[in-house]
Ligand binder design. Structure first.
Ligand code: HEM
Length: 511
């Protein structure tokens, strides 16, 4: 009898084990069926080493070998499934419950330990709607701010002066963004600038420290990662700084006063409909906003300025374009004026094409197995991504892909009008080549429903900063750079500009 009970218990345990582990096993086996890029490097640790030491080459090889098929690659985030461009359209229509982006952000930013904000819907909504709509209305306010910043933050440069431009641009981006996030009074305060600049830096340091440990050890490693405490410190400081501001705003509403026109206020107004539990959550939303908005924009600006310094001949044409546009708007850098700066837009897009901040984009977690229309299967439980950098260098999409061609996207926009009818189709075709367009060929801002909602603001802000800079200064590389653009710093799949480098600036003297 005892033997039967034991056998029955064993059977139940086995059944449970099979039920529990079968899906993972099936997913793992489906993953293993996909071709492996970098197989020549051998074992998992060796492939990982190949990725950390030269991810660019791996992605290029993968793109050359498997341009039209799904394949896997070993990354610092584990095995990932790389998907060809042709599937993006189909994938972007799948619901978040199948292809999920929050889970991928949690993995990238170690959200379990860093405590990423979970009220992303409020931030996304306010950025997408209120902020984007406010650009036309608040453009004069931003223009005044950027004018003040350029005068205050940059040296006079009466003669050629070396200027380490990146930290200056970072501060200007933070102030300018802060003008719309918290209002013109608070955007220069030390507390705001500290939070908006350093939270991201400290978060990245904590994430890097955690990722030094294998995944399995991270629950324990969090207690040996002092960088994590600085994140808590930022949250405390954000509360101490912003809670009194939020309380004052609520009192102003009660007293029927005119309310400020900024992101904090738009968020306060919509807090209830997004189930914000308390004011601390609103304060945290501002930190998360800084994470999404400040360094991304300032890195992009730094790349563009390095490209301008390496190709100074284009400054003349850019200045000419900006002057002509401003003549038509009586000097106002309105949204419409910025839209008309099409060469500037082209330069920005070309710089972003050649300097992607990450080699992969459209990173999503596959929550449920997916069978694509052509029968291709994506296993659940793994992350997919698109080989953004390799696409940006595809000669069939971008002829002479390694050359910085400032007119590339301007020409493509012009061609759209020559070759496309009716005018509505031509406008749509032209739109594809703009800086803000998120298409399968340009994943710089991601793609689909979760593509960056802040890209219209980023573009507006970048154009304001660059137009002011270009009108006021000539830009060159120092002689010891020998005319060669500064090389980027690459860490695994992440690419950033070398922020310690100086460019030469000289004030433009108008006759
Ligand atoms: C040049 C500057 C910027 C770049 C290159 C950039 C890039 C990106 C990328 C690649 C994504 C992921 C999209 C995807 O996976 O499909 C993203 C998401 C996001 N970005 Fe940006 N971004 C920039 C500026 C901004 C700004 C200024 C804001 C806010 C004002 C912002 C707010 C967001 C938010 C809220 C998300 C999450 C969207 C979602 O999950 O649905 N970004 N951004």
């Amino acid at each position: 009898m005892a033997q039967y009970v034991l056998e029955f218990a064993l059977f139940i345990v086995l059944l449970l084990a099979v039920t529990l582990f079968m899906p993972s096993l099936t997913n793992y086996l489906s993953l293993r069926r996909l071709p492996l890029n970098g197989a020549q490097h051998g074992s998992y640790p060796n492939r990982l080493m190949a990725f950390t030491s030269n991810a660019e080459q791996l992605y290029r090889e993968g793109y050359a070998k498997f341009k039209h098929t799904v394949y896997r690659v070993t990354t610092v985030e584990g095995s990932r499934v790389v998907i060809p461009t042709k599937y993006l359209e189909e994938l972007r229509h799948l619901p978040d419950s199948t292809i999920n982006n929050i889970k991928s952000l949690f993995q990238i930013f170690e959200g379990k330990y860093t405590g990423l904000n979970e009220n992303a819907p409020l931030i996304n909504h306010v950025v997408r709607t209120d902020l984007t709509r406010a650009l036309a209305r608040l453009s004069p306010r931003l223009c005044e701010e950027v004018d003040r910043c350029i005068k205050a933050e940059l040296p006079p440069c009466d003669d050629w002066t070396p200027v380490v431009i990146s930290p200056i641009i970072l501060r200007i981006v933070a102030i300018l963004s802060g003008n719309l996030f918290l209002g013109p009074e608070l955007c220069r305060s030390d507390e705001y600038l500290h939070m908006s600049i350093n939270y991201t830096v400290d978060l990245f340091a904590a994430v890097a420290a955690l990722k030094r440990y294998p995944k399995i050890l991270r629950p324990l490693a969090q207690y040996f990662t002092p960088e994590l405490s600085s994140i808590q410190d930022h949250k405390r400081r954000a509360n101490a700084f912003l809670l009194p501001v939020i309380r004052r705003r609520r009192a102003m509403t009660r007293e029927g006063m005119a309310m400020p026109d900024d992101m904090l206020q738009w968020m306060i107004n919509k807090a209830d409909s997004f189930n914000v539990k308390d004011d601390a959550e609103l304060a945290y939303c501002q930190l998360s906003l800084s994470l999404a908005a400040i360094h991304t924009t300032s890195i992009t600006a730094t790349h563009i300025i390095y490209d301008l310094a390496a190709h100074p001949a284009i400054l003349h044409d850019l200045r000419h374009e900006i002057h002509s546009v401003l003549q038509a708007t009586n000097g106002a850098m309105s949204s419409q004026a910025l839209f008309q700066m099409k060469l500037l837009d082209s330069v920005m897009r070309e710089s972003q094409r050649l300097n992607p901040t990450n080699m992969a984009r459209f990173t999503r977690y596959v929550a449920k197995p997916v069978t694509l229309q052509d029968g291709t299967g994506l296993p659940a439980g793994y992350f997919i991504e698109s080989p953004h950098m390799a696409i940006c260098r595809d000669p069939l999409i971008y002829p002479e892909p390694d050359t910085f061609n400032p007119h590339r996207f301007l020409h493509l926009r012009q061609l759209s009008h020559t070759h496309t009818t009716p005018p509505t189709a031509a406008a749509a075709a032209e739109h594809k080549h703009q800086f803000v367009s998120a298409t399968p060929d340009n994943l710089s801002f991601g793609y689909g429903r979760h593509a960056c909602p802040g890209r219209f603001f980023a573009s507006h802000e970048l154009k304001l900063i660059l137009a002011h800079l270009i009108l006021a200064y000539d830009i060159r590389l120092p002689a010891d750079a020998n005319g060669v653009r500064y090389r980027n710093v690459v860490r695994s799949a992440v690419v950033v500009p070398d922020v310690g480098k100086a460019v030469l600036l000289r004030r433009v003297v108008y006759e």
